[in-house]
Design a protein around this ligand. Structure first.
Ligand code: 13P
Length: 248
């Protein structure tokens, strides 16, 4: 059975100063359980790592990485750079990067591979657009997103990582997938992974808040959440952490 996990994606919010403060507030109020990861912006990572030093209950991840390991790629950041700063996780394939930075399934697979080669655990984000759900092709879309990565790194490596189902129409919109809609996709992903994926952590993301988290977390294949807006305030985030701890 997969271990519960709650991750906060801070996107391009705050500054290095406010990020360090938020990190220490989250570490203060969250207990040892479940696993928690925060994803500050690149420039806030050193301050967040330092604010969390000596605290084992909150890990730090990056929101993106280059698919290259090294070289003349102006403005890019490698997995090795992130690992050296103290990151242990990295998001790959977030829908905002797929949309605004034209990241294809193949590029996401390259990034996933680069992350693992640097010793980082990737969180592979997948999800369909509103139109794709209207067309009832959400499972095909998600299958293609995951298959591209399996073809690059193999099934075992995907099962060793984390997958976040984030329907694009639910990200930042206030419209959450219903627990049934989310569970349907999660159980599909679990089945695609087969026996090797029994312990793979599958997170739901998309407008999670303190009011809807409990119902999502009771679903058998939802192991936790990837929270955006509601992770920017420690008290709100901790409330969601508590709901994961107390889930039935
Ligand atoms: P919201 O929780 O703000 O919808 O964002 C979800 C998300 O994109 C997390 O990666």
């Amino acid at each position: 059975m997969a271990k519960p996990l709650l991750a906060g994606n801070w996107k391009m919010h705050g500054t290095a100063t406010s990020a360090a403060k938020l990190a220490s507030e989250i570490a203060e109020i969250s207990g040892e359980n479940p696993e928690i990861i925060v994803f500050p912006s690149f420039v806030s990572i050193p301050g967040v790592v330092s604010a969390l030093s000596g605290r084992k209950n909150v890990a730090v991840g990056a929101q993106n990485l280059s698919h290259y390991s090294d070289g003349a790629y102006t403005g890019e950041i490698s997995g090795q750079m992130l690992a050296e700063l103290g990151c242990t996780y990295v998001l790959v394939g977030h829908s905002e990067r797929r949309t605004y930075n034209a990241e294809s399934n193949e590029l996401v697979a390259e990034k996933f591979s680069a992350a693992q080669k640097s010793g980082l655990t990737p969180i592979l984000c997948v999800g369909e657009t509103f139109q794709q759900r209207q067309d009832k092709i959400q499972l095909q879309v998600i299958k293609a997103q995951i298959t591209a990565v399996i073809e690059k790194v193999g099934l075992q490596s995907v099962c060793d990582a984390i997958i976040a189902y984030e329907p694009v129409w639910a990200v930042g919109t206030g419209e959450t997938a219903t627990p049934d809609q989310a569970q349907q996709v999660h159980s599909y992903i679990r089945a695609e992974l087969g026996d090797k994926g029994v312990d793979t952590q599958l997170l739901y993301g998309g407008s999670i808040n303190a009011d809807n988290a409990a119902d999502l977390f009771t679903q058998p294949d939802i192991d936790g959440g990837l929270v955006g807006g509601a992770s920017l305030e420690a008290e709100h985030f901790n409330n969601i952490v508590q709901q994961l701890i107390e889930r039935k």
